[in-house]
Design a binder for this molecule. Structure first.
Ligand SMILES: NC(=O)c1ccc[n+]([C@@H]2O[C@H](COP(=O)([O-])OP(=O)(O)OC[C@H]3O[C@@H](n4cnc5c(N)ncnc54)[C@H](O)[C@@H]3O)[C@@H](O)[C@H]2O)c1
Length: 333
């Protein structure tokens, strides 16, 4: 199968690139990435010379380029997105343009060409806050809280409409918060590890009681590959590992692993519109496709800390004042 994967220089995209290129079923993979904020050529250094792999520097907002590339593939996996909630608060426009219009360009190109499958990588954030002990299933309503999650919800709506109206073969996967190697230092877990390693205070938004359901990135990409190969067209799957932990607790666990004092934690002004809890019911993918996460949260956190400690060459050039800022939603991007 020939794959066009967008956003393959980012965190999750680079793990998918590595997995797909190593598989028997993937014969060619084009990685289309515009090298925007979350990207890093070092994320795919180990596959650069693989004969199956081609990198195209380009943008999903460019309909002509997208149409041209789609002529030579069987499957499109749309991972590309503007992804940081904080940046979406201070500058939402690129989020609308990439996450909505970029997805629309890909869907249009698929509709007019002989593409077998369009796969959208989505997020639990489209459902908004999970209050009163609720876990969302795939049929629950969208209640996005941030410009980021609103644009991801809009993209999911477009994908569902193209399946229904044009009969395009589509799959949507919605996962909870990922962590693991190659995640940009702007995100909570790498930021905590790096700031702790540098002896800096660890910022926690508000009380830190916001609950996230963490999944190790390798478990997520296994679920995506399984859905790509086995799911029926039109399907939507939630992906979660059932690791619901508050932000304060996850930071304390990291400090414990790194043998750093809890006194490094500093409570800072909360992000506007901050969701208090995310929680997904992922029984559908477990029952229908037999997926299950293989990693335990604490062990995967230890592996992640170890990776960052052994790969300073990777994060050091990215660890600047903006990415490590305690309240990035307050600065101008
Ligand atoms: N990280 C998470 O915890 C998480 C959880 C659930 C879903 N997701 C979804 O997974 C996907 C990947 O997330 P990530 O954390 O790896 O993000 P990331 O920011 O690390 O990577 C995004 C990649 O997309 C590329 N990109 C952005 N705009 C583009 C454009 N216009 N054209 C081409 N490429 C473009 C960037 O250059 C970058 O390489 C996103 O769609 C995100 O919504 C992420």
């Amino acid at each position: 199968m020939r794959v066009l994967l967008t956003g393959g220089l980012g965190f999750i995209g680079s793990h998918l690139v590595r997995k797909f290129v190593a598989s028997d079923w993937c014969t060619n993979l084009i990685n289309l990435d515009n090298m925007s904020f979350g990207s890093n050529l070092n994320n795919v250094k180990d596959v650069e010379t693989n004969k199956k792999y081609t990198f195209v520097y380009g943008d999903i907002r460019d309909p002509e380029l997208v149409s041209k590339l789609i002529k030579d593939v069987d499957v499109v996996v749309n991972v590309a997105a503007e992804t940081h909630v904080d940046r979406s608060i201070s500058n939402p426009r690129p989020f609308v343009e990439t996450n909505i219009v970029g997805t629309f360009n890909l869907l249009e190109a698929c509709r007019h060409n002989d593409v077998r499958l369009f796969m959208q990588i989505s997020t639990d954030e489209i459902y908004g806050d999970a209050v009163d002990g609720k876990s969302f299933n795939e049929n629950d309503a969208f209640r996005p809280s941030s410009p980021y999650s609103a644009t991801k919800a809009a993209a999911d709506c477009l994908v569902m409409a193209y399946n229904r109206t044009y009969g395009l073969n589509t799959i949507i996967t919605r996962s909870t918060n990922n962590f693991g190697p190659y995640q940009h230092p702007e995100k909570l877990i790498p930021k905590t590890i790096i700031r702790a390693a540098l002896g800096l205070k660890i910022p926690i938004y508000g009380t830190g009681k916001q609950v996230r359901d963490w999944i190790y990135v390798e478990d997520h990409v296994e679920a995506v590959e399984l859905a790509l190969l086995k799911a029926k067209g039109g399907k939507i799957y939630n992906i979660s590992a059932g690791n619901e932990v508050s932000n304060l607790e996850i930071v304390k666990q990291i400090l414990n692993i790194m043998d750093k004092p809890i006194s490094l934690i500093e409570h800072v002004e909360d992000r506007p519109g901050h969701d208090i809890r995310y929680s997904l019911d992922s029984s559908l993918i477990r029952c229908e496709l037999g997926w299950a996460p293989r990693h335990n949260l604490f062990e995967a956190l230890k592996k992640t800390v170890k990776w960052y400690m052994e790969n300073e060459w990777w994060w050091r050039p990215l660890a600047d004042e903006r990415t490590l800022h305690p309240t990035p939603w307050k600065i101008k991007w």
